[in-house]
Design a protein around this ligand. Structure first.
Ligand code: ATP
Ligand code: MG
Length: 434
C-alpha cells in the first residue's frame, strides 16, 4: 500500500494512513474508540461524535471486529491512550469486512481448544502470544543458520521424495511416483552423508521429515522439521560440540532479540540461557542413575532403550540438558560406527532436554565392508541402497553428524506442552487439513 505507516511509527504531529485489523470498538457515548492492530502493534483512533462527520463516525463504529480497514488522520499525543498517541481520523475505509460471527476470539478473552485454533490458524495468529511463538521460531532458525556458518557449514537441500527410506520400516509414507512406489523421506541421513563425503565436507539442512508413526503424542508429528548436521573428519565428540553450540545459540538469540515476544508469552522474567558443556553421560551410567532413582517399576538392564519414564527420571536427576553416549550397538542404526576397541559399544549419542529427546547423532561407518555388514545385520538389503553404498568405495572420509527436531527445540525453549503449538499447520493422525 502506498504511503502506509505502521502503527508503531506513528508520531505526534504526523499525518498518516494506517491499515490493519479492527481489534476493538469501544463506544463511551459522546466519545468512542476504535483500536486498530497491525503487525507492529495497536493504535487508538478517536471519534468525537459531535465534532465529526456523521458518515465517518457511523462507518468507524459500525465496523465488525477483525475487519480490515485503513484510517487517515492526524496523530496526537494522548497520555490516556494505550500507546500514548491516538489518531484523529479524517477518513476511514473498510477494505474487507469480517463476519460478526468469529470461530474464535482473537482478543484471547475467550479460550479456544487447540483443534479449533488449528482449524482457524489465521485468526489464532492474531493473538500476540501465538504470533510470538512463530516469531521466536523464525529467530531460532536464523540463529541456527548463523551458528552453522561459524562452523564452516554449507546449507544444502536434499530430496524429500525417495526410492528407499533411510532405515526402512513401517515409519515410511508410501506414495505413487509415475506408477512406481516411492516414499516421503524420513530423514536426510543418507544424502547428507553423501555430500559430506564430497569435497563440501561440512553441511547442514533445515527441512521436512516424514514419519508414519501411528502413535499420537504431545512430542511427535507426522511431518516435522529436522535440523541436520554432517561433517567430514569429525568424530562423535566434535558432532556433540556442534549440537551444544547450536542449542545454546538458539537460547541466546531468543534472550537477546525476542524480549517483546517473551513478554507476550509471560516468560520474560524466568527465561534462562543454559550453560554450555552439557554433561556427557554414558549409557551405562544413565541406566544406573535411572535405576537408582527408583522411579521405574522394573530395573533397566543393558540393551534396553530408555523409555519415556526412564528419560523423565534421568532428566529430573540431571536437571538440565545432557548427552547420553556410548549406546549398545544393537540399539543404534547400522550407519553409526562402533567404538574401535569395543564392537558392542556404538559412538551414537542422544542430546536430551530434561523432558525429551532433542537430538540423535554419532560417528558414521565410513568403511565399505563394515557398512554392507551393518545393512545385513539390520535386515536391510544393501543392493537397494547401492546409490549410497557405492560412494563409500570412492574415498569416503570419516564423518559424524546429527539430526535435531526444530519443533522440539522451539517447544523446549518455550516450555510448550504440545509440539503442535510450535507448528503452523501440524500433521498428525487426525489432521491433514488445513
Ligand atoms: P523419538 O524416540 O523421540 O521418537 P527418534 O529417536 O525416533 O525420536 P530420530 O530418528 O533420532 O528420532 O530423529 C532425530 C530427531 O528428530 C529426534 O531427536 C527429534 O528431535 C526429531 N524427531 C524425530 N521424529 C520426530 C517426530 N515424529 N516428530 C517430531 N520430531 C521428531
Ligand atoms: Mg533418536
Amino acid at each position: 500500500m502506498e504511503d502506509r505507516t505502521y502503527t508503531a511509527d506513528a508520531e505526534p504531529g504526523d499525518s498518516v494512513t494506517v491499515a490493519g485489523w479492527v481489534h476493538e470498538v469501544r463506544d463511551l457515548g459522546g466519545i468512542a474508540f476504535l483500536i486498530l492492530r497491525d503487525s507492529t502493534g495497536k493504535i487508538q483512533v478517536k471519534f468525537e461524535k459531535d465534532e465529526m462527520d456523521d458518515d465517518l463516525v457511523e462507518t468507524g463504529l459500525g465496523v465488525h471486529r477483525e475487519s480490515v480497514v485503513s484510517v487517515s488522520g492526524d496523530v496526537e499525543e494522548e497520555d490516556r491512550a494505550p500507546t500514548g498517541v491516538e489518531i484523529v481520523p479524517q477518513s476511514l475505509e473498510v477494505i474487507s469486512e469480517a463476519d460478526p460471527e468469529l470461530p474464535l476470539d482473537p482478543s484471547g478473552k475467550v479460550d479456544a481448544e487447540l483443534s479449533t485454533r488449528l482449524d482457524n490458524r489465521t485468526l489464532d495468529l492474531r493473538k500476540d502470544e501465538v504470533k510470538a511463538v512463530f516469531e521466536i521460531r523464525a529467530e531460532i532458525q536464523r540463529a541456527v543458520r548463523e551458528t552453522f556458518r561459524t562452523h564452516d557449514c554449507t546449507e544444502i537441500n536434499t530430496p524429500k521424495i525417495v526410492a528407499t527410506g533411510t532405515e526402512g520400516g513401517t515409519e515410511l509414507f508410501p506414495i505413487t511416483y509415475f506408477g512406481e512406489e516411492a516414499f516421503m523421506n524420513q530423514s536426510p541421513q543418507l544424502f547428507k552423508q553423501l555430500i559430506a563425503g564430497s569435497g563440501v565436507e561440512r553441511v547442514f539442512e533445515i527441512g521436512p521429515i516424514f514419519r508414519a508413526e501411528e502413535h499420537n503424542t504431545p512430542r511427535h508429528l507426522n511431518e516435522a522439521t529436522s535440523i541436520d548436521f554432517e561433517g567430514a573428519f569429525c568424530d562423535h565428540n566434535d558432532a556433540m560440540d556442534v549440537a551444544e553450540d547450536v542449542v545454546v545459540a538458539a537460547y541466546e538469540a531468543v534472550a537477546e532479540n525476542c524480549e517483546e515476544q517473551l513478554e507476550a508469552l509471560d516468560l520474560a522474567a524466568e527465561f534462562e540461557v543454559p550453560d554450555a558443556d552439557f554433561p556427557r553421560i554414558s549409557y551405562e551410567e544413565a541406566i544406573e542413575r535411572v535405576n537408582a532413582t527408583g522411579a521405574l517399576d522394573e530395573q533397566l538392564v543393558w540393551g534396553d532403550d530408555l523409555s519415556t519414564e526412564a528419560e523423565k527420571a534421568l532428566g529430573d536427576d540431571v536437571g538440565g540438558h545432557y548427552f547420553v553416549t556410548d549406546w549398545p550397538s544393537e540399539v543404534k542404526p547400522f550407519y553409526i560406527m562402533d567404538h574401535e576397541d569395543d564392537e558392542q559399544l556404538s559412538t551414537g549419542f542422544d542430546l536430551m532436554h530434561p523432558d525429551l529427546e532433542l537430538v540423535s547423532g554419532g560417528q558414521r561407518e565410513h568403511r565399505y565392508d563394515q557398512l554392507i555388514e551393518g545393512f545385513e545385520q539390520q535386515g536391510l538389503n544393501p543392493d537397494e541402497f547401492e546409490y549410497y553404498t557405492k560412494m563409500f568405495k570412492y574415498g569416503m572420509p570419516p564423518h559424524a553428524g546429527w539430526g535435531m527436531g526444530a519443533e522440539r527445540l522451539v517447544m523446549t525453549i518455550l516450555g510448550l506442552e504440545n509440539i503442535r503449538e510450535a507448528v503452523l499447520f501440524p500433521r498428525d493422525r487426525q489432521r491433514l487439513s488445513p
